[in-house]
Unconditional design. Sequence first.
Lengths: 93, 257
Amino acid sequence: VSGPSTAAVADELRGVLADATGRAELRGLPLDTPLFGPAVGLDSLTGTLLLREVRNRFGVDVAAEDLNLDALATLGTLAAFIGQRAQLPAGSA
Amino acid sequence: MLPVPPAGCADVWWLDICTVAVGRTELAELSLQEHKRAASFAFRADRRRYTAAHVMLRRVLSGYLDIPPSSLVFRREPCPRCGKPTGRPALPFGYGVHFSLAHSGDAVVIAVAGQPVGVDVEQQPSGCVCALSADMNAADAAWGRPLSEAARHDLVIRWWVRAEAVLKCTGEGIGHGIGSFPVLGSPDGPPGPAAPGGPEQLVAATTVHGCSLVSLPAPAGYQAALALAGRGSAVRLAVRAPWSSLPRRAARAQPPG
């Protein structure tokens, strides 16, 4: 059983970020965008909310599983990290 | 020159970034490091917020120190938990002036005190923030359970700004755990929204994690909190620049850079 694709996870992360910040432009973030540097301007609340939503939606605790937090480098690395570990619930697309 | 606030007191400066013109004169006051950081933002609105906030911070501190804004040099103190250079921003030699800067949406707030101070502001998010309940201290999260969803969102943001203000005051990052101590607890229930205040007010404080914590009167749609190092029953706030001191410019104002 394979997990969700990087592209699908990235799309969901973009949606989480756009909903949390009310900024529609985040739905178009390229995969190579650094997430927690200044590029996206995420504040600490949005960053914490993103990681919490990742845990709720994909069952992946990024901070606990990746002690160096390398997964947080870009939207693409985070999506790939989640895709490798997450299992979609049965019946989901 | 402005006097540094005495013990138990803090000066508060609000800024609406829509009212600030950031031109060549203002940009010339920033350091190379600040210019590099501003250039790395992907979105103009973020770049503008960062630039306006740092121009304002330099000008505010300049008023207390009698040092030109462009001559100020900032450093990071070590985190008291892990020793990494991620602690409170500070001036070399200190000068006896402590400060904290926060921004969210169009709002920038700067707190200045004679003792370590932390301030935070958050615009009420457009989406659901209930997921953050899992990051809250259990005692704080319990207050939110019986509330309606809208009231719970309000409480979660109140929790966040109060916890963040304390962690900024102590210099600990949120990576060390933002829910490790309660910030909403009291026998009477969680604190309500901060009451609107005049230019000077004495606000009853809660002692949290070695700090005196108060909710800060904030612009409509925002919540804010301020923490002063040390245990005090109240904090005297002096608002040096109120939110509505300048007319808002049109949103089409050109960002710098």
